[in-house]
Write a protein that binds this ligand. Structure first.
Ligand SMILES: [Zn+2]
Ligand SMILES: [Zn+2]
Length: 345
């Protein structure tokens, strides 16, 4: 393999670029030759996913809330914005006795013991990107409080927090909600990311995520937004058009350890980022999720750096993507970032 020294002036002269993710080692293709303009991604003529309020199970919650948070009543209105967390009615994982790993011939398996919760925001329609900062903050606070509670479950090795927006993202209920799932294994995507971070740390004695943050902050080409404690940027090896990462500027390996100021700051960064794609791309479907260190008592993941990832559904996986795991993005992260940077929310 040939390396050319400095590429601070990254140019897009070629037909396409094959870029490598610094953490996972994954390759992606940026199809610069048939690049689209940001406006080509506008979700026009798409009917918003909206189910009627009268059939919405979140309007009259009968379940006991595991957690309720609320603000004071809105001025002039008698409605208090709130966030409630309940156990998922159709859980993928259920609380139980920690299971052992079984062997069936050459195969390994274990029972789906864990926890599955739903974080519901009050309004039937307004998603996080359309909320006020204080409301978004309630949701992120609920994420952290429940994360800390689920962490106490002996069976749980990893806690995933994610949000599906729009039918194309896999959401089955249009009422905005996030999910928290505690599972008994470390997912392979996380394991790979952690291995990548560990290898980089071993070689360079520096956190690979901190290195990226420093570079993106100075380079500015892929920067989308910045506030007190967070940096928002389009990753160099974006897997999808308009992929967004939200990182704490301080090196914190575990989401549950994020400070009060960081929770306030990340709620703002998440709200602004989602608001930008909502407004700029006309309410596209998207998934966002947390990536953080698995649960361990030995503190062996200090090299990891928690963050949120937002993946808008701007394309579908076809044969090449499914067959190789290599995704083709038809807009450069630099152009996507420039477009989102200029959207005022
Ligand atoms: Zn509803
Ligand atoms: Zn770091």
């Amino acid at each position: 393999m040939f390396y050319e020294a400095s590429d601070n002036d990254h140019k897009h002269g070629s037909f396409s670029e094959v870029r490598q993710d610094l953490v996972s080692g994954d390759w992606v293709v940026i199809a610069t030759g048939r690049a689209k303009r940001p406006h080509d991604f506008l979700q026009e003529g798409k009917k918003a996913f909206r189910q009627p309020k009268r059939t919405c199970p979140f309007e009259n919650l009968h379940e006991n809330a595991l957690l309720s948070l609320s603000l004071g009543a809105e001025r002039g209105k008698n409605i208090k914005p709130w966030v409630k967390v309940v156990v998922n009615k159709f859980p993928a994982f259920q609380r139980g006795v920690c299971s052992i790993f079984h062997k069936t011939g050459p195969y390994q398996w274990t029972d789906g013991v864990g926890q599955h919760e739903v974080v519901i925001t009050r309004d039937h329609e307004r998603s996080l990107g359309q909320m006020a900062d204080l409301e978004a903050e309630l949701a992120v606070r609920a994420y952290q409080e429940r994360y800390r509670a689920i962490k106490q479950d002996e069976c749980v090795r990893y806690i995933s927090i994610f949000h599906n927006h729009g039918r194309g993202s896999g959401a089955t209920l249009s009422h905005p909600h996030s999910q928290i799932i505690g599972i008994p294994v470390i997912p392979s995507d996380i394991a790979r990311s952690i291995r990548g971070s560990a290898v980089y740390y071993e070689e360079h004695k520096e956190c690979v995520h901190c290195v990226m943050l420093k570079f993106e902050k100075n380079d500015k080409k892929r920067l989308i937004y910045e506030n007190d404690h967070f940096l928002v940027f389009a990753p160099f090896a974006s897997r999808l058009a308009f992929e967004i990462r939200i990182y704490p500027k301080n090196h914190v390996s575990h989401f549950e350890d994020a400070s009060e100021a960081e929770i306030v700051s990340v709620a703002n960064a998440l709200r602004v980022s989602l608001g930008k794609i909502f407004k700029g791309l006309n309410n596209p479907d998207y998934n966002f999720f947390l990536h953080t260190s698995p649960i361990d008592k030995l503190n062996s993941f200090r090299h990891y750096h928690w963050h949120f990832e937002i993946l808008p559904k701007t394309s579908i996986w076809a044969g090449f993507e499914i067959g190789t795991g290599i995704e083709i993005s038809t807009i450069t992260p630099e152009n996507a970032a420039e477009f989102l940077r200029n959207i005022k929310v």
